[in-house]
Design a protein around this ligand. Structure first.
Ligand code: HEM
Length: 525
């Protein structure tokens, strides 16, 4: 047939086939064998049993039976989009990271927004933290900034992460409530964990019911380091600021939207991008040195604290634009594997004990979820810069070392070599002290910033926090947990505590809570 009589169709492997106009592509098995009948299985006689000889039937059912993979242990419900990050100016004075060297340069990015507690099929407008995970495919490997829409976290030490998540997920005997914080286990844990009070104020505020992903801020939460070519370090906190500004819905709207359209947030992102209305965020940084850290009122390693922008203004350094939806939700959004430990040379960690723990957890969980150490062979997770290493084999290996050599050093002069100049050099911070399980005294103030957040809110926003706490705690059936929470609120703001206590019908106000969690020494006989 002449070229103009042909049309191209794309196979499952993405390859193009020319077929004549009007011709339908032939259905095949996964092995590529053409299928004659996809309506009837092979039987012995018109009404007889199905034959195991029917390889097409068996392959079809086998594959269907294995379609599901484990959902993420947290942040199971998410929605992603492609885009780019654009640097405003060279940050070479602070960081050697290639992505920050040249003004105006664009680097491809993928972002996944999520709720934390709900399962994959839960609804979008739950009162919850939102994940804001960004993968930037830099020329020096993938940089994952795995953040949230709230700048602080519930806990100070990663060893408490399974506890806080167990407490917020459905209770083990009844498997409810789903995707909500309104239950005894969650408030029991929170009321026994004073370090969570700052985060709880944010979660009870309008921040936890965003209007859409496009109206959310994002935060790296932890203190990170920038390291420049002279190996000098500057501490950095990352902030994403939405171009559209911050917007939330009201609680009664959230409840109605959840019923009417559980996909409200994902539909909003899809429709905005498909109509060319590309959402955009500015990346801001707070930069500071050791002297600032030493003089700051709180420990910069404590992930339950912010550095107020009034104390240390943010500086815009680039923008993120989302302009393309994935072609395939499962291949991209579901299989994308974010990991806090993915940092390019020039971006490094601080000793924040939550960040340190996360750096273990994400690699570990990807093996469980994606099932193979070769999850970086999936296109969404593969770097977009040249990469070469000697890792080989394993389930689903798509790329193995080429040629004879799969080790180094070798005598054949083949293969890649490490480079102390170009490679990642861990910042040589001074560490000392005896090994011990302890929480530093500098992590002990759990209420000052909770109060700061509450009093920074407008009167209607404060009212929403009172209403949210009242609603949530009214669902708690164990009176002592309610009282314990009000005793913490007394340390945050007396009016807030009294309003919530009154609305809950407490007969008398409890004493303010003990200021800190018992230390190891207090527990020892
Ligand atoms: C997802 C662990 C704290 C943000 C996850 C996942 C795990 C995990 C296991 C599932 C990943 C997957 O299956 O792909 C932890 C641990 C934490 C912690 C152990 C504390 C010790 C945080 C904090 C933040 C955060 C503080 C925000 C700054 C996220 C986000 C995702 C996620 C955004 C979803 C990533 C995606 O969209 O695929 N976390 N997390 N996590 N975590 Fe954390």
């Amino acid at each position: 047939a002449a070229i103009h009589d042909q049309k191209a169709i794309r196979g499952n492997g993405g390859e193009l086939h020319q077929i004549a106009e009007g011709e339908t592509p032939v259905l095949t098995t996964a092995q590529g064998g053409p299928v004659a009948d996809d309506q009837n299985s092979l039987r012995a006689g018109e009404r007889g049993p199905t034959l195991i000889e029917d390889f097409h039937f068996r392959e079809k059912l086998f594959h269907f039976d294995h379609e599901r993979i484990p959902e993420r242990v947290v942040h199971a419900r998410g929605y992603g989009a492609h885009g780019f990050f654009e640097t405003y100016e060279s940050l070479a004075a602070f960081t050697r990271a290639d992505v920050f060297q040249r003004a105006g340069e664009r680097t491809p990015a993928f972002v996944r927004f999520s709720t934390v507690a709900g399962s994959k099929g839960s609804f979008d407008l739950a009162r919850d933290v939102r994940g804001f995970a960004v993968k930037i495919y830099t020329q020096e490997g993938n940089w994952d900034l795995v953040g949230n829409n709230i700048p602080v976290f519930f806990i100070q030490d990663a060893i408490k992460f399974p506890d806080v998540i167990h407490s917020v997920k459905p209770e083990p005997d009844r498997e409810f409530p789903q995707a909500q914080s309104a239950h005894d286990n969650f408030w029991d844990f929170i009321s026994l964990t004073p370090e969570s009070m700052h985060m709880v104020m944010w979660v009870m505020s309008d921040r936890a019911i965003p209007r859409s992903f496009r109206f959310m801020e994002g935060f790296g939460v932890h203190t990170f380091r920038f390291v420049n070519a002279r190996d000098e370090s500057t501490f950095v906190k990352f902030h994403w600021k939405p171009k559209l500004g911050l917007q939330s819905v009201a609680w009664n709207e959230a409840v109605k939207i959840n019923g009417a359209d559980p996909d409200f947030h994902r539909r909003d992102l899809w429709e905005a991008i498909q109509s060319g209305n590309f959402p955009e965020w500015e990346l801001h940084v707070q930069l500071f040195d050791q002297d600032f850290a030493d003089g700051f009122d709180f420990d910069i390693l404590d992930p339950t604290k912010i550095i107020p922008e009034e104390v240390l203004p943010t500086k815009p350094v680039g923008r993120l634009v989302l302009d393309r939806m994935p072609d395939n939700f499962f291949a991209e959004t579901e299989q994308v594997a974010f990991m806090t430990q993915n940092v390019p040379p020039g971006i490094d960690f601080s000793d924040d004990p939550l960040l340190q723990g996360r750096n273990f957890s994400y690699l570990d969980t990807q093996l469980k979820r994606l099932g193979s150490p070769n999850f970086t062979h999936l296109p969404i997770n593969a770097p977009k810069c040249p990469f070469q290493h000697f890792q080989q084999d394993g389930h689903m290996a798509m790329r193995n070392p080429a040629g004879r050599v799969n080790y180094q050093p070798n005598s054949w002069g083949e293969g890649p070599r490490e480079s102390p100049v170009k490679g990642f050099r861990h910042f040589a911070s001074q560490e000392n002290g005896p090994k011990m399980r302890i929480r530093a005294e500098s992590f002990a103030d759990h209420y000052s910033q909770a109060r700061l957040f509450f009093i920074s809110q407008t009167p209607p926003e404060q009212r929403h926090i009172v209403d949210a706490l009242t609603f949530e705690l009214s669902k708690v059936q164990t009176p002592v947990i309610r009282e314990r929470m009000v005793s913490h609120l007394l340390n945050i703001d007396e009016t807030l505590a009294k309003q919530v206590g009154h609305a809950l019908g407490l007969k008398a106000m409890p004493e303010p809570a003990e200021a800190a969690m018992p230390t190891r020494q207090d527990l020892d006989p």
